[in-house]
Design a protein around this ligand. Structure first.
Ligand code: SF4
Length: 226
């Protein structure tokens, strides 16, 4: 990593840690800290000089078939966002998709999960139905080459395939996530990464998951831990 990239990552980490820790130390709760870290992320991205144009566009959901690692506070934040913005029928359909996807994920071995395209249950008609509440790892994912994404999608079992990214954008996302995890751990909160569909499924059926998280315990007992 060049010195510039190292510095970008370190600055983003420090800003995310400081801004989210401030919320947590003031007792304003992990959801406020999550929102604050999103602002910190956007500010860090806005400070970057213009870079290469990403190939990502609305309606492309290739990366939404990959495994997503997510912290508990992001699971609850996404779920609250989805609940607040869906019709009762829409939310019931989401819950059914979450349950089916989680069952599929649970049935696979870890290596199979990485080698299988599984549509995220939050997708509706090829678009993220929880876009503004999506987790940090979803926000981080971007590509400079659509053809590379299509090749990876066609051959999910080939772990050697990848896609080019904007290095500066990637370092800002990495640093922001590291800073947020640091702040959560510092506050004694569960900062483990869980697989998205199985964590959403557990959060939906077990209200105690959120209480465990807020009390400083392990949020999820059944979700796949990554
Ligand atoms: S939460 Fe949204 S952005 Fe993330 S994988 Fe699911 S559909 Fe895609």
């Amino acid at each position: 990593m060049t010195e510039l990239m190292h510095s970008l990552r370190a600055q983003a980490q420090s800003s995310a840690d400081e801004s989210s820790s401030r919320e947590l130390l003031a007792g304003r709760g992990p959801e406020r800290a999550r929102r604050q870290v999103l602002r910190s992320l956007q500010q860090a991205l806005d400070r970057l000089p213009p870079g290469p144009k990403p190939a990502c566009a609305a309606g492309c959901a290739l990366c939404c078939h990959l495994r997503v690692a997510v912290t508990p506070v992001e699971v609850f934040g996404l779920l609250d966002h989805l609940r607040a913005n869906a019709t009762p029928e829409g939310f019931a359909a989401l819950a059914a998709r979450v349950e089916q996807t989680a069952a599929r994920v649970h049935a696979l071995q870890p290596a199979q999960r990485l080698a299988t395209n599984i549509p995220c249950p939050v997708l509706v008609d090829g678009r993220c139905s929880g876009y503004s509440g999506r987790p940090l790892n979803c926000r981080a994912y971007h590509s400079l080459d659509l053809a590379a994404c299509e090749t990876s999608f066609a051959r999910p079992e080939d772990a050697s395939l990848g896609h080019p990214q904007d290095a500066a954008v990637a370092r800002v996302h990495e640093g922001t996530q590291a800073g947020f995890l640091q702040a959560l751990r510092g506050a004694g909160l569960d900062a483990a990464q869980y697989e998205l569909a199985t964590a959403l499924a557990e959060a939906l059926v077990d209200p105690a998951a959120r209480r465990r998280f807020e009390a400083g315990g392990q949020a999820f007992l059944k979700a796949v831990r990554l």
